[in-house]
Design a protein around this ligand. Structure first.
Ligand code: NAI
Length: 305
């Protein structure tokens, strides 16, 4: 069973994706009980049309997460137009700490997936607050960035999105690092198919993609929800998929005591393995700067919150 904490736009839509893909039953939790109840009821009524038999329950009773193999945290404030994800740090850290307390009490053996922004900082906060082994606590961010990177490469080339392979690492935020040298179209390096100007364009669009959606409609929903379902599938079905997820580093990439997006093998134990890439000097510099951005936010965070 999966518990999703936060039945707002992203949490409820993720639940719907998970049920529709027949991945698991879902308990949808929110401090706003009516929201959780209403979302669950609405989804249950859609079940005959979407053809899923999975159970969905909405509640504000955190003890209902008992028995969850995976807890996904989408509780917290989302950024408004013009805000950076980092503007949410103190408020969301407080919410995340209170949620993690419940997780430790009711689902002490679960895997914990963070979505609340700024996700790298929240992954760190959740890892420290939970006391779980580091493989059990990970954050969703760069896979979404990667999806966006793939979409823009495919649009620029006029080829199927399915054939684009790519990777984004670093902060899920303004300092993210789309790895141009690791992007390919069915194995053909993108650098041989796109001009320098085109590459700059797709990288720029990838970096601003979240803000571009928020400026237009107030929040991002479909893409993050779909990515949450992909990760839930990788974990619960033990698929060992290679994805960039936010994970706590202990010396990998010469970094310690920070959670940041790097390629990992995601499977039944959460982060099964961290893959260390050999980066070119420009990407390495950008990645280290990205880590510094997350570190600065951690240092500035109100520790009493
Ligand atoms: P939303 O405002 O629609 O929903 C948030 C929900 O959290 C609300 O229903 C609220 O009642 C609930 N909540 C607040 N405190 C809670 C608590 N202590 N326990 C349980 N529930 C609580 O926000 P939305 O759009 O769903 O976004 C949620 C979070 O996900 C935001 O921080 C947003 O920035 C983040 N996000 C992260 C993405 C990523 O790639 N990592 C992508 C998109 C959103």
């Amino acid at each position: 069973m999966i518990a999703i904490v936060g039945a707002g736009r992203v949490g409820s839509s993720a639940a719907y994706n998970i049920l529709g893909r027949h991945i698991s039953d879902v308990v949808l939790l929110d401090v706003a009980e009516n929201v959780a109840l209403g979302e669950a009821l609405d989804m249950m009524q859609a079940a005959p049309a979407i053809e899923f038999d999975g159970k969905i329950k909405g509640t504000s009773d955190f003890s209902m997460m008992k028995g969850s193999e995976l807890v996904i945290v989408t509780a917290g404030q989302a950024r408004q137009p013009g805000m950076s994800r980092m503007d949410l740090v103190n408020r969301n850290a407080k919410i995340v700490k209170s949620v993690v307390k419940e997780v430790v009490e009711y689902a002490p053996d679960c895997l914990l997936m963070m979505v609340t922004n700024p996700v790298d900082v929240m992954t760190y906060v959740a890892y420290k607050a939970s006391g779980f082994e580091r493989n059990r606590v990970f954050g969703m961010g760069n896979i979404l960035d990667t999806l966006r990177f793939r979409s823009y490469i495919s649009a620029e080339l006029g080829v199927s999105r399915e054939d684009i392979r790519a990777l984004v690492i670093g902060e899920h935020g303004d300092s993210m690092v789309p790895l141009v040298n690791f992007a390919s179209v069915s194995g053909i390096p993108v650098t041989t198919l796109l001009s320098k100007e085109q590459i700059e364009k797709v990288v720029g669009l990838t970096k601003s993609s979240g803000a571009d959606v928020i400026k237009l409609k107030g929040s991002t929903v479909y893409a993050p929800a779909a990515v949450i379902a992909i990760m839930a599938d990788a974990v619960l079905r033990g698929r060992n998929r290679v994805m960039s997820v936010s994970t706590y580093l202990e010396g990998e990439y010469e970094l310690s005591d920070v959670a940041i997006g790097v390629p990992c093998v995601l499977g039944r134990n959460g982060v099964e393995r961290i893959i260390e890439l050999k980066l070119d000097s420009e990407s390495e510099k950008a990645f280290k700067e990205s880590a510094s951005t997350i570190r600065d936010a951690l240092l500035k965070m109100d520790k009493t919150a």
